[in-house]
Design a protein around this ligand. Structure first.
Ligand code: ZN
Length: 499
């Protein structure tokens, strides 16, 4: 171990301790902290975050990171530490170009913007949020002018969440998807639909919690390295591969929501629990590419969880744990899991129309950053696109442009990663079936763990070491394409809707 690496390692350990405390505080705030205790926790969070930031941006740490990027030092490092020093150098070089007073103004504006968004959403009134959104757009452009001068703003934003992806690549696959999916969606939506109202009723939340545990174990989630809790919105929080936590929300009148959230978050968690232990403590020990991460949660949620055969080995057990489901046959149950409908809210959408919700947001983000459409004109654009793609117009902005929080804190360029995740899934499904045979058969035989193992070995093990494009290349040996996802949709829904 070189002296520089020894010093760096001491810094990194300290940073990891701080970030664990920060994570733990945030986990507690979203799961356990009572309303009146929130401000106290938030103050402690700010304290530790500030300490962390000072340590991370210190000159001494930056010098160490630069030294370790020198060839003679770099070559001695393990792949996990090579990734870490490379990533920190790149990020620190950018962060250090942002003037401190600008950073503070942006942070303050972001807090105000989030508050205004909440108020606007509650009042279903976009005009409250419009000036703040305009500010978020302006500040985002300014920040990128410091960090990435001369580069295309929207491409840079996309790269923040899915490194190596740009709008040329994304345009191509999204266009390909849109061309096939629009006519398919129209056909499905005009076909006879199942009757969802038979599922009206009460579903005991405590029983739903037992179902959640059953589903997680079934998929391969390790309870020795993971726990569950409740929160307003489901999320996954990984401390290391040995401690990955998932949350869920249980609705008395809806048994599907918590089951599919469990499967979705379980997919994120299984990813983190199966990263190569040699990467623990490095920056590569979880996946920092949002599209790749999302591809795993969606693979479980949609490709596996919405497959009839996923439920064959466990539907009886699910009914025992949640007796209200005894009224429904497996066929009725699975039919509702694959009910395609035009709806306003992205997070509640089925796997097919979900793609439209993302295409719309992607096109609007391009309108903002490429065509400079002002914030005030966005609700009209939003409504026009919902009419065009899904044939519906929101009654108000709360169920329209104000529904997601992403733009309120300046997370432009994040939405496309959700759809990239699904497009990757189409390709992973093809590759997996080439290796293991039909997913339908594996699931029907109760061997879902075989699929989990394949995902562990081919994707999860590498954490952040492989860029999204490399993951696709290595696993699928093909160029990125929306065709496999389209084929999956066409096969599946032509049968279900008898098209
Ligand atoms: Zn997710």
């Amino acid at each position: 171990m070189s002296p520089a690496f020894e010093k760096f390692k001491a810094y990194l350990d300290k940073l990891n301790h701080y970030s664990r405390v920060i994570n733990l505080l945030s986990w507690d705030m979203y799961t356990t902290t009572p309303k009146l205790g929130f401000d106290g926790m938030a103050a402690t969070d700010t304290y530790f975050s500030t300490e962390y930031f000072a340590l991370y941006t210190s000159d001494e740490f930056y010098e160490l990171v630069k030294t370790l990027n020198e060839p003679e030092e770099y070559e001695q490092l393990t792949p996990g530490y090579q990734f870490t020093v490379r990533k920190y150098k790149k990020n620190l070089e950018k962060d250090r170009k942002i003037p401190k007073d600008f950073y503070e103004r942006f942070t303050a504006a972001r807090n105000e913007s989030q508050r205004a968004w909440t108020e606007a959403k509650n009042a279903a009134d976009f005009s409250i949020f419009a000036p703040h959104l305009e500010k978020m757009i302006e500040y985002t452009k300014q920040q990128l002018a410091y960090t990435d001068p001369g580069k295309d703003v929207y491409d840079t934003l996309l790269g923040l969440y899915e490194e190596g992806m740009d709008s040329t690549t994304i345009d191509k696959v999204f266009e390909e998807l849109k061309e096939g999916l629009l006519p398919l969606t129209r056909k499905i939506l005009s076909a006879p639909q199942p009757d969802s109202s038979i599922f009206k009723g009460y579903y005991d939340p405590d029983a739903q919690k037992k179902v959640e545990k059953l589903l997680l174990s079934y998929m391969g989630f390790s309870f020795d390295a993971g726990v569950t809790a409740e929160s307003e919105h489901p999320f996954t929080d990984g401390f290391s591969r040995y401690d990955v936590r998932v949350t869920n929300h249980f609705y008395e009148d809806n048994p599907f929501s918590s089951m599919f959230s469990a499967i979705h978050e379980g997919g994120h968690a299984i990813f983190e629990q199966n990263v190569d232990p040699a990467l623990t403590g490095t920056a590569a020990d979880d996946c920092c590419y949002m599209g790749v991460h999302e591809s795993q949660s969606r693979f479980y949620e949609n490709i596996l969880g919405r497959n009839r055969n996923f439920w064959i080995p466990i539907y009886n057990k699910v009914q025992e744990l949640l007796p209200e489901l005894k009224r429904f046959s497996l066929d009725e149950f699975i039919r509702e899991c694959n009910h395609i409908q035009a709806s306003f809210i992205r997070t509640e959408a089925d796997e097919v129309t979900y793609c439209m919700h993302i295409l719309i947001r992607y096109e609007i983000e391009q309108a903002i950053f490429r065509d400079h459409v002002p914030a005030s004109e966005l609700p009209a654009l939003w409504n026009q696109k919902y009419q065009e793609y899904l044939g519906i117009t929101p009654a108000n902005d709360a169920e329209g442009i104000l529904q997601d929080m992403h733009w309120s804190d300046g997370s432009f360029g994040y939405f496309p990663t959700y759809l990239l995740g699904s497009i990757y899934d189409g390709m992973f499904l093809e590759a997996l079936e080439k290796d293991l045979g039909s997913v339908d058969d594996i699931l029907a035989a109760g061997e879902i763990r075989k699929i989990t193992r394949w995902l562990n070995e081919n994707i999860h093990w590498y954490g952040s070491l492989r860029l999204p494009k490399e993951v696709i290349e290595k696993v699928c040996q093909k160029e990125l394409s929306a065709k496999p996802l389209l084929n999956y949709f066409e096969d599946k829904y032509s049968k279900i809707y008898q098209l």
